[in-house]
Design a protein around this ligand. Structure first.
Ligand code: APR
Length: 237
């Protein structure tokens, strides 16, 4: 029998217990920076060095943080289910926990791309994206097209090139699991609306969630414990 398809949409809360800060639990500041300064194209053009330093620091911290039990539980679902992870996170903790099918909606810290291959219609070309691991990007580091390298991060106001793939995955899901996202940022926040009418939707979050849907089961807990509850619940079905 074909395995059931589980789509897991994750946000900053899944990495919180690994010690990575969430965005909206800290007064609109991200690691003490205003989002407008470090997560917009305007901020980049205003002060490229500051933006590069900010992401260089986040990237350098990555090897020191480890996947937690929630990332590992999500990866372990692959034993019994056909699993697609869709994450808004730019860390690599799902990869390091062993998940094999991951769509990064908002980019990846371990990648860079030229600043001038971006356009409003297509976002950026996939071929121009470079794997840089945990290395820093400096002013003067150029891509083969001669333009400055920038972090491979989707900033506010930019296109979300992977949203089409994410919608396709949610449309196919037999179970949708949402973990640790405030569902404040679109288009990611609207993804659950693409789920088939008949499927169960689980949300793991210790706080209230902004979703009113009869299919919804809210597991009001942190991601590590919430994943245990989720696995116990679906294994009885
Ligand atoms: N376990 C599960 N959920 C948690 C935990 C935890 N241990 N700790 C906090 N949370 C929940 C919070 O209650 C909140 O609902 O995680 C959510 C985090 O929400 P945000 O900080 O808004 O993060 P996220 O939803 O991922 O943000 C979306 O916004 O700034 C942009 O591009 C950035 O990808 C990011 C996007």
């Amino acid at each position: 029998m074909a395995k059931k398809k589980i789509v897991v949409l994750t946000g900053a809360g899944v990495s919180a217990e690994s010690g990575v800060s969430t965005f909206r639990d800290s007064d609109g500041l991200w690691e003490n920076h205003r989002v407008e300064d470090v997560a917009t194209l305007e901020g980049w053009y205003r002060d490229r060095k500051m933006v590069l330093d900010f992401y260089n620091e986040r990237r350098a911290q990555l090897p020191q943080v480890k996947p937690n039990a929630a990332h590992i539980a999500i990866a372990s679902l692959e034993k019994d289910y056909d699993v697609q992870v869709i994450t808004q996170n730019v860390d690599n903790l799902h990869e390091r926990a062993g998940s094999t099918r991951i769509i990064h909606l908002h980019g990846e810290l371990t990648k860079a791309r030229p600043e001038n291959c971006y356009n409003e219609m297509d976002g950026f070309s996939e071929e121009s994206v470079l794997d840089i691991g945990y290395e820093s990007i400096h002013i003067g580091d150029l891509a083969t097209n001669g333009s400055q390298l920038r972090p491979h991060i989707v900033w506010f106001g930019e296109a979300v090139p992977n949203i089409g793939k994410a919608i396709d995955a949610v449309e196919q899901a037999d179970i949708l699991l949402i973990v640790g996202t405030s569902l404040q940022v679109y288009p990611a926040a609207g993804l659950y609306a693409y789920a088939k009418a008949s499927i169960p939707i689980y949300i793991i979050d210790p706080k209230d969630v902004p979703v009113r849907d009869t299919r919804l089961m809210h597991i009001r807990d942190v991601a590590t414990r919430g994943m245990q509850t989720f696995i116990e619940t679906i294994s009885k079905q």
